[in-house]
Design a binder for this molecule. Structure first.
Ligand code: GTP
Ligand code: MG
Length: 344
């Protein structure tokens, strides 16, 4: 049913996993960017957001995806840090997510923050797939850039394939120990009952078409009802970061997950002491495929609909708090919205 396409919002996909297992690199591969290289010690220290349009996804997925099967506009990826000290940020990413990608280094298997991420996903009831990353580091690997994983496997020696399989079954066993029945994704019939494991490489891109296909399938099949929102509803979001922006003062990088946010809207934002009531002076949208964390050329827009990452400029945001709710007031008494924000 393509008639309600513009009432379906973009699913939010959180990328979680242990430090250095390749979350940012995976997103770099999808975006065609090099954010990971710009990070000190390749350590992510903030949550990011990147909008990936459907045409980019279907372009990368190639023969695996027929874009006419989908009426979702794309995917909004949330990058999270894997370093142990950022557990609040991981929890925040997990709470925002409709679905998630758990990135596991195929050689390292489960590590402490893998377990932590699984606990978050279990607690929030978020459906997820496992990206078994770094398959290209298997000894004797014959890289097949950007190819679907089956094609890549056909090009491997028996020895390389069996070494990879050993690692993959280790991860499937660890998932089972964590209480999740899992299998290689092409063997999974029902993704609501079983966790699909997608072998891939964030560097060579092999297996990335498969991951995108599984994510689109999951969202389209199981999340569609949750994606149907009132596109004219009062916007709701979460502050990722409070940042000074030249010419705008303190701004909030925000993920809008419901409704619409318009320039000039009165909003209530969770603050360090009490909620801040203010009026939007500018809505600054990163370009598609750009990480909001590193974007330099924001576009001023009149409105932003869910789900999207947007930088909001408004007076008094210097007292805003990362992780706090953002609510558009619209037709309700402002006191009611303030109470709601306080209660969160
Ligand atoms: P945190 O955000 O700090 O948790 O790390 P991360 O999970 O985002 O890892 P990141 O993408 O920064 O990658 C860590 C290191 O692993 C980098 O040096 C990457 O180049 C390398 N790497 C990531 N994915 C792959 C892969 O598929 N193959 C190979 N060979 N190296 C990879
Ligand atoms: Mg990272």
């Amino acid at each position: 049913d393509h008639t309600n396409a513009d009432t379906l919002r973009t699913p939010i996909v959180a990328v979680l996993g242990h430090v250095d297992h390749g979350k940012t690199s995976l997103l770099d591969k999808i975006r065609g960017s090099a954010v990971s290289e710009g990070e000190a010690g390749a350590i992510t220290q903030h949550i990011g957001a990147t909008d990936i349009p459907l045409d980019t996804i279907s372009g990368m997925a190639g023969e695996l995806i027929d874009p006419t099967d989908f009426d979702l506009p794309g995917l909004l990826f949330i990058d999270t840090p894997g370093h142990h000290s950022f557990s609040t940020l991981r929890a925040r990413g997990g709470a925002l997510a409709d679905i998630a990608v758990l990135v596991v280094d195929v050689n390292d298997g489960f590590q402490p923050q893998t377990e932590e991420a699984i606990d978050i996903l279990r607690r929030t009831g978020t459906p997820f797939v496992v990206a078994a990353n770094k398959v290209d580091t298997t000894p004797g690997w014959n890289p097949q850039d950007g190819e679907p994983i089956q094609k890549s496997l056909e090009a491997q020696s028996e020895r390389a394939e069996s070494m990879l399989n050993e690692n993959l079954y280790e991860i499937i066993g660890q998932l089972s120990d964590a209480g999740f029945s899992a299998d290689l994704y092409w063997r999974v019939q029902d993704f609501q009952k079983n966790i699909g494991v997608v072998p891939l490489s964030a560097i060579t891109g092999e297996g990335v078409p498969d991951l995108l296909t599984v994510l689109m399938g999951l969202s389209q099949r199981f999340m569609k009802e949750e994606m149907a929102i009132d596109v004219f509803g009062a916007g709701e979001g979460t502050v990722l970061e409070v940042k000074d922006e030249r010419g705008f003062g303190a701004t909030i990088d925000t993920v809008v997950y419901d409704g619409v946010v318009r320039n000039g809207d009165q909003i209530v934002v969770g603050g360090q002491e009490e909620p801040i009531v203010t009026e939007i002076r500018a809505l600054l949208q990163p370009r598609p495929l750009e990480e909001i964390r590193t974007e330099k050329k924001f576009e001023k827009v009149a409105e932003v609909g869910a789900a999207a990452g947007v930088k909001i400029a408004a007076p008094d945001l210097d007292r805003a708090m990362a992780g706090a709710p953002v609510r558009v007031v619209r037709d309700r008494p402002v006191e009611e919205v303030v109470e709601e924000v306080k209660a969160e």
